[in-house]
Design a protein around this ligand. Structure first.
Ligand SMILES: Cc1cc2nc3c(=O)[nH]c(=O)nc-3n(C[C@H](O)[C@H](O)[C@H](O)COP(=O)(O)O)c2cc1C
Ligand code: SF4
Ligand code: SF4
Length: 414
């Protein structure tokens, strides 16, 4: 079995069950612990249940049916029974008493609505951090994934200034308490956010891809859709991966725990391979439950075993080779595949459906009676190869692409 221990965050594995209904209150945190994650974030208190989750247009397909309920249901949201800091700290103490010692407990502080409400929010946040530390929390997580949304909407604060200031305020209150800066990717430059978080003294940063969204079925009277600030889903993962890879290639070393669209081990692996120490499980935990969380953790372990990644150091950042692929290698791959497309002839599997002719914008293929034939005009763009239903137009794409990597000694897991 691969070693999933994340030394930078002292976590038994890279999975963080993110602040959500699955972590609201001690009972839910302890239930989530059955997934066996590296850390769990107790959801913030006193702000209602939050806007819920808008997973995205393709959520049903993402879950490949059956596995879960839609977490963007119109049904009643989980009520927030905790309204005072004292009660919140009691929950923390209760969790610490019953939680497997190997699982880290992070606690969410700093809800944007405190700022919008006015009052002495800085003092409150500093005080919360102190009390939560006393109650036994392993780290505080700054709830700045949503402020990006709200703050930008109201144009009240500059996100980066607010981020820096808030980290400094909490750091001053609890200098030796790790601060996890959970960051919005909406409406602000996330690379700058990570830089600011690192410079201000955050222990780790969690770039999180969730946006305001408005999407609805065309038969909208009968569906659950509503606008929300939690648009995520697997379509968000590439954005998280880019933010992380960009941070790493810019030389930032702060531990990261990216989040957005992790519905299986594959997306988790991608976020880590882009350079993140850990990954958040949000909607997966909420709507897939304990079994889905366990499955993702087991899946990552299996993937690492099967692909020769013995520990997190070997997995983390392995895809930066692709992100930073030298221009000449990228060009060579395009060139070689293009040549293969250009030179390939139509085989006798052609059924004369004309799809290739339809998508060719270069007169590179034409019908000759009932079968297609290539012409000398073909530039090798490959469009027709994507649409041919029979394999009459085919090249050994994977072999051709990997041949360039092999020649340039670009291998996985080294
Ligand atoms: C139903 C739901 C409620 C959420 N509520 C909060 C919240 O109160 N505070 C917070 O920091 N993040 C909240 N989140 C965001 C998650 O903590 C996490 O960052 C995000 O869901 C990760 O993206 P994913 O759902 O695509 O995995 C919520 C997510 C969901 C699904
Ligand atoms: S590879 Fe491109 S240019 Fe050549 S025949 Fe196909 S679609 Fe036309
Ligand atoms: S798409 Fe394929 S099967 Fe259809 S006409 Fe072109 S080569 Fe023949």
């Amino acid at each position: 079995m691969a070693d999933l221990y994340v030394k930078e965050l002292n976590m038994i594995n890279p999975f963080v069950i993110a602040s959500s209904p699955a972590t609201q209150g001690a009972a839910n945190v302890l239930k989530s612990a059955a997934m066996g994650p590296g850390a769990i974030v107790l959801r913030n208190f006193g702000h209602g249940a939050g806007g819920g989750s808008y997973i995205g247009p393709d959520s049903k397909a993402m879950y490949s049916g059956g596995m879960c309920i839609h977490s963007h249901a119109v049904g009643r949201q989980i009520p927030d029974n905790i309204s005072t800091l004292e009660q919140y700290c009691e929950e923390v103490a209760l969790i610490k008493k019953n939680l497997d010692q190997d699982i880290r407990l992070w606690v969410s502080v700093g809800h944007y609505s405190d700022i919008l409400k006015g009052g002495d929010w800085e003092k409150n946040w500093a005080n919360q951090a102190k009390e939560l530390k006393r109650a036994g929390a392993d780290a505080v997580e700054l709830h700045f994934n949503t402020p990006g949304v709200a703050v930008a909407k109201d144009r009240i604060f500059d996100y980066h200034q607010l981020l820096r200031h808030s980290i400094q305020v909490i750091k001053k209150a609890v200098p030796d308490m790790p601060i996890m800066a959970k960051l919005a990717m909406e409406s602000c430059d996330v690379l700058t956010s990570i830089r600011v978080a690192e410079a201000a003294g955050a222990f780790a940063a969690g770039p999180t891809a969730r946006w305001k969204g408005f999407y609805f079925d065309l038969d909208w009277r009968t569906t659950e859709a509503r606008p929300g600030s939690g648009y995520g889903g697997t379509q968000a993962t590439p954005l998280v991966c880019y933010a992380i890879a960009e941070a790493r290639t810019s030389g930032l070393t702060i531990p990261l725990y990216g989040g957005g669209g992790v519905f299986s081990y594959e997306q988790a692996a991608r976020i880590i391979m882009a350079g993140s120490q850990a990954v958040q499980l949000g909607a997966l935990a909420c709507s897939g439950g304990v079994e889905a969380g366990k499955k993702a953790i087991d899946g990552l372990n299996r993937f690492m075993d099967e692909n020769g990644y013995k520990d997190m150091d070997s997995l983390r950042g392995d895809a930066l080779k692709l992100f930073q692929m030298p221009g000449e290698v990228a060009a060579a791959r395009q060139e070689r595949l293009g040549d293969a497309y250009r030179l390939a002839e139509v085989s006798n599997q052609c059924i004369g459906c004309r799809r290739c002719v339809n998508v060719c914008w270069h007169q590179g293929i034409r019908m000759n009676g009932k079968a297609a034939e290539k012409t000398s005009q073909c530039i090798g763009c490959g469009y027709c190869f994507q649409v041919c239903p029979t394999g009459a137009l085919k090249v050994e794409k994977e072999r051709i692409l990997s041949s360039v990597f092999e020649e340039n000694h670009i291998r996985r897991g080294e």
